[in-house]
Design a protein. Structure first.
Length: 305
């Protein structure tokens, strides 16, 4: 089944909300990155948060990135989303690359992340992206993002994010919601919502009971309010990397390094962090690349004269 995301408002304009069933996109990420159960909780929650925050962007080229740098075994994580339900992400030091850390495999996400910083970057095509940063105080991601919205954006927010695993550690359900209080909302309305959230079980347990997103929002969370669903869209794990795009990475290498690979008849490999895809640049490609570079530098020299 395709993943889906909805967003909307309560009719009196007190709250706005986002809710996502990101089960499939989290499964895709988990397979691409060969995640351990603890890692599935971290990346799954981060992807679900990013795809909901992405849905709040205005333009198709805008991007939102949530970046975590931390001292725990996985060293942090990153997720990037656009406004059309495309999201991608990775862990900075996944356990598959660090088998010595395997004893941490069953650790809670907060232990895997450890202390650090969480940064939200909104790139809206302007000269400078909008950046907000907080200390990672909880490591559960939902609570850290709640803190981020309160302190960095001054928006009272309630966030639930979850990944439900079966006995084999496979993802059964993944999803969550973001609810924000709009200006002018009275205490009475906030108390009504808090009352309903206090009784609310785990989001993923409800998804597992085959409730759809609309039903969860209108019949459970906002059962005391009138709700308007503004948008419903499919969402997916999607990486836009390509052989050509990654060739730009060759610019960062020393010329000697490339020449050495050619004379050893070896390819240079580059790895996309986001989707774990590997790109090979064989000696023939590298030879052409160096010739091209020579032409480029000739042209530049020509300009100076
Ligand atoms: Zn990629």
């Amino acid at each position: 089944m395709k993943d889906r995301l909805i967003r909307g408002l309560t009719k009196a304009g007190n709250f706005r909300f986002f809710a996502v069933d990101g089960t499939e996109l989290c499964r895709v990420a988990s397979n691409l990155h060969q995640l351990s159960p603890g890692e599935k909780h971290i990346l799954g929650r981060l992807l679900c948060a990013a795809v909901m925050m992405g849905a709040d962007l205005k333009n198709v080229k805008d991007l939102i990135t949530i970046n975590i740098d931390s001292v725990g075994p996985v060293k942090g994580a990153m997720a990037t989303a656009d406004c059309r339900g495309n999201v991608k992400g990775y862990l900075k030091s996944p356990m598959r690359e660090n088998p010595d850390a395997i004893q941490y495999a069953d650790y809670l996400p907060e232990n895997l992340l450890g202390k650090g910083q969480l940064t939200v970057i909104r790139d809206m095509g302007l000269k400078h992206p909008h950046i907000g940063q907080i200390e990672l105080a909880y490591g559960t991601i939902a609570r850290d993002l709640t803190y981020y919205f309160a302190h960095s954006e001054q928006i009272p927010t309630s966030i639930s994010l979850g990944v439900l695993l079966d006995e084999q550690g496979e993802i059964k359900k993944a999803g969550g919601f973001i609810i924000q209080v709009l200006p002018g909302t009275g205490n009475e309305e906030i108390e009504l919502l808090e009352e309903s959230l206090a009784k609310f079980p785990n989001f993923t347990d409800i998804l597992d009971m085959e409730y759809d997103l609309e039903k969860i929002i209108t019949d459970i969370i906002f059962h005391q309010f009138e709700v308007e669903i503004m948008d419903s869209m499919y969402c997916k794990f999607s990486c836009n990397c390509s052989q050509e795009r990654f060739a730009q990475g060759l610019d960062l290498l020393e010329r000697d390094e490339i020449e050495q690979a050619i004379s050893d008849d070896e390819s240079i490999e580059m790895n996309c962090h986001f989707c774990n895809k590997k790109y090979q640049y064989d000696p023939l490609y590298l030879t052409k690349y160096l010739l091209n570079q020579k032409d480029k530098s000739k042209n530049e020299a020509g300009k100076i004269q």
